[in-house]
Design a protein around this ligand. Structure first.
Ligand code: EPU
Length: 422
């Protein structure tokens, strides 16, 4: 039997929704916490399965994790043991690779299986490994395991060929205890990187420049426990904003940082979407005539690759031909094939797609092939006439906290059931 999400589409959404904390910050903050020598308290932790997987990894390392309340965890690494990480949780998410930087930084040794995560085409980690090597580590890969070790880690200048989020965070974590100064040039600038640097600095690290392309890390001797609140999830916020543009009469999305969403907001303005933006919320009203747009994904502050898939659902409602050009993950278009089943005129080319609208969508049996494809299908299901059944929902549960409850509160008809595996 398999769990599916069922959506009876065509209902107008109304009301307010509160955005949870950032998944992509959380999945780095949890491994970063093990760098401390005392308890780290993180509050507003999203209730997503990626957090469960990371908690399993912490338990495997004998790190004590106490849930003070549903969204408030204390991570205490005082009794930690640096054993090889080979439990199935490693393969459930990409972010398990943050244990490489954290364990290498703390113990100068890490052995772990290849990390997993959504298949979006090739997702190499060569820049992470080159960064570790530049700090003085040796990297070996054999029989599915990475073994990374160093006599000592020494700060150096590291230029990233690509401004990679994961490599930037991993190198920051590996270098907090290194001797001297590490400089990351062409660092990624995503807000999640600032959040991780903020946590590490609260612990006593000396990281400057996070959020710019030039980050310096001055090694320290010891890091202590601290308290941290995670930033709101800009991708969940963007998903709800796109959803509101697609099927709300009037919807307010609360607990957002509008500055993190500028590229999306300006694209939606170009589409003619009615929005009013406040300090930490945005209200979207129903727009009858939506214009087609062209989107190119880029590293932050450019248009986020994680939001182009949800946007393709809205594009089916726009007048004319819209396009998406992917510069981060050229194969991130599986959502288009699922949308085609629902009636979308979507064509996928080399690293790009076009969507010609407006076309009505019809309920269908579709598959969430990855997390953001799942988000696109939820939006499409809400827009569609009839009943949409979404398979492989574990992808969606990896990154969207309380999605069903949030949607029900907005007036959607959404529920889960079990079907026979096909
Ligand atoms: N890249 C390399 N070598 C590397 C690392 C990256 O060639 O060593 C390439 C990638 O193949 C990609 C580009 O550099 O073409 C950027 O990748 P990046 O390292 O920035 O991505 P990531 O850290 O693996 C994070 C998010 C993704 C998000 C990307 C881009 C997390 C856990 N994941 O991945 O989020 O799409 O940044 O913004 O933070 C999602 O939330 O659905 C998701 C996939």
């Amino acid at each position: 039997m398999e769990d599916v999400i069922v959506i009876e589409g065509g209902r107008k959404l109304n009301g307010q929704v509160r955005i949870s904390s950032s998944k992509n910050a959380t999945v780095a903050l949890i491994p970063a916490a093990i760098l401390a020598n005392g308890p780290v308290t993180i509050c507003d932790v999203p209730n997503i399965s990626d957090v469960e997987s990371l908690s399993e990894l912490l338990s495997a390392l004998s790190v004590n994790v106490v849930r003070r309340s549903r969204d408030h965890i204390v991570i205490d690494p005082s009794e930690m043991k640096n054993i090889p990480l080979d439990i199935p949780a490693v393969s459930k998410l990409r972010a398990s690779y943050y244990f490489m930087g954290a364990l290498l930084g703390k113990y100068k040794y890490v052995k772990m299986k290849m990390p997993g995560g959504c298949y979006l085409g090739p997702r190499p980690i060569d820049l992470h490994l080159k960064g570790f090597e530049a700090l003085g580590a040796s990297v070996e890969y054999s029989h599915g395991y990475y073994e990374i070790k160093a006599q000592e880690l020494v700060g150096t200048k590291i230029f990233l060929d690509i401004a990679s989020v994961g490599a930037t965070i991993n190198i920051m974590m590996a270098s907090v205890y290194a001797k001297g100064r590490t400089i990351i040039e062409n660092a990624a600038k995503e807000p999640e990187i600032i959040d991780v640097a903020t946590l590490l600095n609260k612990m006593g690290a000396k990281i400057r420049g996070a959020g710019t392309g030039f980050i310096t890390i001055d090694g320290v001797e010891s890091l202590s426990g601290c308290f941290h609140e995670i930033i709101p999830d800009r991708i969940e916020a963007g998903t709800f904003i796109i959803m509101a543009a697609a099927c709300a009469e009037k919807m307010t999305i609360n607990n957002i940082i509008p500055q993190h969403l500028e590229s999306l907001i300006s694209k939606l303005e170009e589409m003619g979407i009615q929005m009013s933006i406040d300090v930490d919320s945005i209200t979207i009203e129903e727009t009858k005539e939506i214009k087609a747009v062209d989107v190119q994904t880029l590293p932050y502050p450019g248009f986020a690759t994680d939001l182009q898939q949800p946007l393709t659902a809205l594009m089916t409602k726009a007048n004319g031909t819209s396009s998406v050009r992917e510069t981060i993950y050229p194969e991130r278009f599986k959502n288009c094939f699922e949308l085609q089943k629902m009636g979308a005129k979507a064509d996928v080319y080399n690293a790009s797609c076009t969507i010609t609208g407006p076309t009505p969508l019809y309920g269908e049996l579709v598959t969430a092939t990855d997390l953001r494809c799942g988000a696109a299908l939820v939006i499409a299901g809400l827009m569609a006439q009839g009943t949409t059944t979404i398979r492989e929902v574990y992808h969606i549960d990896r990154g969207y906290d309380g999605l069903d409850e949030k949607l029900k509160a907005l007036g959607a008809v959404i529920y889960r059931k079990q079907i026979d595996e096909i």
